[in-house]
Unconditional design. Structure first.
Length: 425
């Protein structure tokens, strides 16, 4: 009999387990063959590479506090943000025409509507087509969102926060996950991987059925990714919850689950930092590249000189690609980079030493990148924040008020739910 069983060994579950295991008998059940969830180090490269979470988006209290506690450092993102259109490079420091008007009309918006409807209502004239296209790409790429159901109020609040500095944890997010795991084990928590939960029920105590056995506990925290809560009975990731949790599950289905595919490419050298290349493009050390190619977003490891390029596609465009083969992805990726760098595909292929696709949409027991705010999200979060009968709790990056859909939000959610249990609420 456990005091608390935590379903999910990602950032949320590990954070909750670390706190609770100090004074409770805790079991963490993880379906995959590793801990960390969407913190995912790729070990097949010549250097550390992040297949999942990579950046700290702003001065985030929970993450910074944990880094300090773990004696880990962070590195500030530097370099030039670049725009690449039809092979031409620009320092991305100019706004698209009409941007200030868009911001103003968002501020003036009195009723929450979808981004799609807001743009259709507020920018009907043809002269705004480029602005609408640019903003739609931003929502899809950055928020991994579908503009058809994304809340304009939520995006407005996100944009009002302004551009915050970004960092990378050193040597990577996996070091933070390792610290949490070690703290849990030190406190006496039990952790089991490769053990997916398939059913929950309650008689005298809560019963947790996995693919291997049955466990009993007094309280349970469901800290699985949103995609798992939204999965259907036909899917491998499906968990059979008792009927009395139907309200919580319906709430989870009203939050947006953003699709994401990430590409990692190791080359023989970081030719994008060569002096001749930079001189030719009339830019300084590139950091982010925002392009007009099939894979629209790229970034380097600057200030590190590692020969790693990371590609990113999110939102509806990535969902259309979800079932592509690795071979097809590789072709699209190299064709995109050929246009970006004005280099033949064959040349890029010869320089390429390692290639990896991390398709988060099809990853079993995850099924998505991160959440985004729909028109129903605020109400849905309030439901998920309240445990059923002080025994069944839900936690994840999609749960906290004003969630940023980041690792920090996941850590915060784990902390908050653990504190709820400690206080007996």
């Amino acid at each position: 009999m456990y005091d608390v069983i935590i379903i999910g060994g990602g950032a949320t579950g590990l954070m909750a387990a670390k706190i609770l295991s100090a004074n409770h008998k805790v079991l963490v059940l993880e379906a995959k063959d590793r801990l960390g969830g969407r913190i995912y180090p790729v070990n097949s490269f010549s250097f550390p590479a992040e297949g999942g979470a990579e950046f700290i988006h702003g001065n985030l209290k929970t993450t910074f506090g944990l880094l300090k506690e773990a004696h880990l450092n962070k590195e500030k993102i530097k370099g030039t943000f670049c725009k690449v259109e039809k092979g031409k490079w620009y320092a991305d420091n100019h706004l698209v025409p009409g941007w200030e008007l868009l911001i103003q009309r968002m501020k003036d918006c009195k009723k929450d509507v979808s981004i799609h409807d807001f743009l259709d209502i507020s920018f009907k004239e043809k002269k705004f087509d480029a602005l609408k296209k640019y903003f739609t790409k931003y929502i899809e790429g950055y928020d991994a969102a579908n503009p058809v159901n994304t809340s304009v109020f939520a995006i407005r609040k996100e944009m009002e926060a302004g551009d915050a500095p970004q960092y990378r944890p050193e040597p990577g997010y996996y070091s933070l996950a390792d610290y949490l795991k070690e703290a849990c084990v030190k406190n006496g928590a039990s952790i089991r991987i490769n053990e997916p939960v398939i059913k929950l029920s309650r008689n005298k105590n809560i019963e947790i059925f996995t693919s291997q056995k049955k466990y009993f506990c007094k309280k349970v925290i469901c800290a699985v990714p949103l995609g798992v809560l939204q999965s259907t009975q036909k899917q491998k990731s499906f968990i059979d919850f008792p009927d009395f949790l139907k309200g919580h599950l319906n709430a989870a289905k009203k939050i947006g689950n953003g699709p994401v595919i990430k590409f990692l490419l190791e080359f023989d050298k970081a030719f994008w930092f060569d002096k001749n290349f930079l001189k030719d493009k009339n830019i300084q050390a590139p950091s982010y590249l925002f392009t007009d190619t099939a894979i629209p977003t790229w970034w380097t490891q600057y200030p590190s000189q590692e020969p790693l390029l990371t590609g990113w596609i999110a939102g509806p465009s990535s969902y259309k690609m979800r079932n592509y083969s690795t071979k097809k992805f590789k072709q699209i990726v190299l064709e995109s980079l050929s246009l970006v760098f004005t280099l033949p595909v064959d040349d890029l292929q010869k320089r390429l030493k390692n290639f990896r696709v991390v398709n988060w949409i099809n990853q079993a027991y995850i099924l998505g990148g991160y959440s985004y705010p729909t028109l129903q999200t605020t109400k849905a979060r309030k439901i998920l924040q309240k445990p059923f009968d002080n025994a069944f709790y839900f936690a994840g990056e999609y749960v906290p008020k004003n969630s940023s859909s980041t690792v920090d939000a996941a850590l915060l959610s784990g902390k908050l739910v653990a504190e709820q249990i400690v206080k007996g609420n």
